[in-house]
Design a protein around this ligand. Structure first.
Ligand SMILES: [Zn+2]
Length: 267
């Protein structure tokens, strides 16, 4: 099965992971910018991190035959670190125009603070101006309230729903998208804190694969870069049609990110 992994933090993964991913059929990855595990002291650390993603990480992926793309942003957790967050927002337009950058993200809510709200809106306005895909992180705590607020903000900022991937959806939040059929919903299969393979497969079977993405969000934590291939295996075991599975793990991410002219991976 051909797979595009739409959300993984390769920065924190090993070369062994790249090898396993390529053996499991992953041909392309999208890496959203995230928290590096400790507080940052200056805007320069973001500049170095973005350059790392666009240079060394792309090469590292390419050496395993994997096409690597990024989405860049101030992540929700670090939106609370001001004025650094504002300084990064100022730099974003120039970084979003660089080769290999296929959208803005991940942005959204962590603790749902007013600083997070403010930095989120500023970044969404940049994405709207550039008409690029956006990866939105829904909070792990207060998931339902956070998702409701994110949906309100997406509508208030008048984003094109087809350019939005609202990620880390659960059984609790999936029904909230009934009114927004063009918005993309992300399922994250991540041990302990997010969905298991079985829960993700249940959601896929209940809601169908239209405008649905599945990812590992693998990072520094206990996580699994093979989450997406494991979902494929589970859906095959349950007898889901191959064409549906291929739409979920390959054609959907291809369609979503092909909205960026810089997503040069062609199926
Ligand atoms: Zn992430």
């Amino acid at each position: 099965m051909r797979i595009i992994e739409p959300h993984i933090h390769c920065y924190s993964r090993t070369t062994d992971d790249y090898e396993k991913m390529t053996l499991a059929g992953i041909e392309a990855v999208i890496e959203p910018a995230f928290w590096l595990g400790g507080p940052r002291t200056s805007v320069g650390t973001f500049v170095d991190y973005f350059e790392h993603l666009l240079g060394f990480e792309r090469q590292r992926a390419a050496s395993y035959g994997i096409a690597h793309f990024s989405t860049l942003s101030v992540n929700p957790k670090e939106a609370n670190t001001r004025p650094v967050a504002d300084q990064v927002v100022e730099l974003l337009p120039q970084f979003l125009k660089r080769d290999g950058v296929v959208g803005l993200g991940e942005v959204g809510f962590d603790r749902i603070t007013s600083d997070e709200d403010d930095i989120l809106r500023k970044q969404l306005r940049i994405a709207k101006e550039l008409n690029c895909p956006v990866v939105i992180h829904s909070p792990h705590q207060h998931k339902k309230i956070g998702t409701e607020r994110l949906l309100t903000i997406i509508n208030e900022e008048k984003l094109d729903h087809n350019l939005v991937d609202l990620d880390h959806c659960t059984e609790e939040t999936m029904p909230m998208f009934a009114r927004y059929p063009r918005m993309w919903r992300g399922l994250t299969v991540y041990p302990i804190t997010k969905l298991s393979v079985e829960r993700a497969a249940n959601i896929v079977q209940q809601y169908g694969v239209d405008h649905l993405l599945v990812n590992s969000s693998a990072d520094w934590g206990v996580s699994d870069p093979l989450s997406v291939p494991r979902v494929v295996r589970e859906l095959e075991r349950r007898g889901v049609a191959r064409d549906q599975i291929e739409q979920l793990v390959f054609r959907n991410p291809l369609e979503f990110y092909s909205q960026s002219p810089k997503f040069t991976f062609k199926g």
